[in-house]
Write a protein that binds this ligand. Structure first.
Ligand code: FCB
Length: 488
């Protein structure tokens, strides 16, 4: 084994067993006949539910100059002083490019069924378009083969924000041409990989890369565009998604499944009543108007177009048909609620409540605590758009991980967060919301964008100086969840 997960896990299980024994001894009369740990949990997920972890190319691969990879906008952005909190880059990161076998073994030891990774567009098309780089594809071939050999099903994301710099130089997402280039790239990947990769996600979190990259300028390419140009970027992102769906259908092996992986902005009913639930649905539909809503409904909402006014995107009916190309599933990245709402009798039918200053969050300030989002996000998607297959494509938490004297990170806060999220997600599946699987962000600590390496999201701790991987308590927790198919 590449690490002492098993031994440490045995130790943790022993501690758990001791605790259970103590409880039983303290209440001899009422001791249950079968121990809670051996009973089939009442709150289980449906049979066949798929469990796995997620990563993305720029965040884990490193090797940015190896095997003919071209530069991406994140290579450029991280070179600019002041952009990244700790001044770091993804040049080496956790070296997944070279250590993928060890990482696949880590997944296997958790009992994972699936792995969601992303393909670096500039690794396979160094210039964005034009000649493909076979050595770039070799890496994904090796990775996919290693996964399949370990019994882990690969789910590939085509775009997790690392746009080839060459395309940025020609206008980036402001240029319609970039959406078309994305379609061509998707066609090529589908032709190469769908003999083994049967599930493809188009774009990861449009909402984030568009807004952080083109409105606040916190992420690559670091732009602060005025509203009209920003809306055009939004339009090109959803158009690119639609073109990729069509390209995968046209060039992938029969039966390849494709859909987005979007961070749905989720409104939650502040109190669960029929009126407030409806209000939360209305608010969610509007919050996602230029992203999931147009993808699912094939039109921009009236309220969005009215709000945008003269700054509305330029589009044709034909664009809308491409954007709303039928998908096989919808991936939802869900970390936190966007807002709590109450119903109103006057338009628009809901009012958004301000978050009190005391509302708790995880280590990242944006990670507002609200595990009910794992119930409401998929439920809203199923009700608003009759989505039949949903994956939670990301969920996870940052924590101020500190290895204990024995070298292990006992991240009880992350475990608490995950357990609560999973309990709410389980409620959704128990009520028939069609969630088919869950990808935990993330397998490993990695390059967390503008936070650099200061913020850790992994189930496995990485010592960045030595690349040593050490599973945290949360890795043992996730293994238990998968084994029970239930929150643990
Ligand atoms: C999501 C991103 C992912 C990672 C997590 C913490 O928004 O998709 O790359 O940064 O947040």
């Amino acid at each position: 084994m590449p690490f002492d997960f098993t031994r440490r896990r045995a130790l943790l299980t022993a501690a758990g067993a001791t605790a259970l024994a103590a409880t039983a001894a303290g209440s001899a009369h009422t001791a249950p006949r079968s121990s809670p740990a051996t009973r089939r949990p009442a709150a289980a997920f449906p049979e066949g539910f798929r469990w796995g972890t997620a990563t993305s190319s720029y965040q884990v691969e490193g090797a940015t100059h190896e095997a003919g990879r071209g530069p991406s906008i994140w290579d450029t952005f991280t070179q600019q002083p002041g952009r990244i909190r700790d001044g770091s880059t993804g040049q080496v990161s956790v070296d997944h490019f070279n250590r993928y076998k060890e990482d696949v073994a880590l997944m296997k030891s958790m009992g994972a069924h699936t792995y969601r990774f992303s393909i670096a567009w500039p690794r396979v098309f160094p210039e964005g378009r034009g000649p493909a780089n076979p050595k770039g594809f070799d890496f994904y071939d090796r990775l996919v083969d290693a996964l399949l050999a370990a019994g882990i099903e690969p789910y590939a994301t085509l775009y997790h924000w690392d746009l080839p710099q060459a395309l940025q130089d020609r206008g980036g997402w402001e240029a319609r041409d970039t959406a078309e280039a994305f379609g061509e790239y998707a066609a090529h990947v589908a032709g190469k990989l769908t003999d083994r990769v049967r599930q493809i996600f188009t774009i990861n979190e449009m909402q984030t890369f568009v807004e952080q990259g083109h409105e606040t300028g916190n992420f690559a390419p670091g732009l602060k565009l005025p509203p009209g140009r920003l809306n055009q970027v939004r339009h090109h992102a959803v158009l690119a998604h639609g073109l990729a769906v069509q390209a995968v259908r046209a060039n992938g092996r029969r039966g390849t499944r494709v859909g987005p992986a979007e961070n749905i902005a989720t409104a939650l009913p502040a109190i669960e009543s029929a009126e407030n639930v409806r209000a939360a649905e209305l608010a969610t539909r509007e919050l996602n108007a230029p992203y999931l809503t147009v993808m699912m409904e094939g039109r921009y909402t009236d309220a969005y177009l009215a709000r945008a006014g003269r700054d509305a995107p330029r589009f044709t009916e034909h664009d809308l048909r491409i954007i709303s190309s039928k998908v096989d599933f919808v991936g939802l990245n869900v970390y936190a609620p966007s807002q709590y709402v109450l119903a109103t009798e006057t338009a628009p039918g809901y009012v958004t409540l301000p978050f009190p200053r005391s509302h708790p969050h995880m280590a990242s300030p944006w990670l507002t605590l609200g595990p009910e989002a794992l119930y409401w996000a998929p439920r809203h998607a199923a009700r608003l758009w009759q989505v039949k297959n949903i994956f939670i494509t990301e969920n996870g938490a940052s924590a101020a991980d500190q290895p204990a004297p024995d070298g292990v990170v006992y991240d009880v806060d992350r475990v608490m967060y995950l357990r609560n999220c999973l309990m709410h997600l389980q409620r959704a599946t128990a009520e028939g919301v069609p969630v088919r699987g869950y990808f935990l962000w993330s397998l490993l600590d990695n390059f967390e964008w503008a936070d650099g390496y200061a913020t850790r999201f992994g189930l496995v701790h990485v010592d960045y100086a030595t690349q040593k991987r050490t599973p945290k308590l949360s890795a043992a927790f996730f293994r238990e969840v998968i084994a029970r198919n239930a929150p643990a």
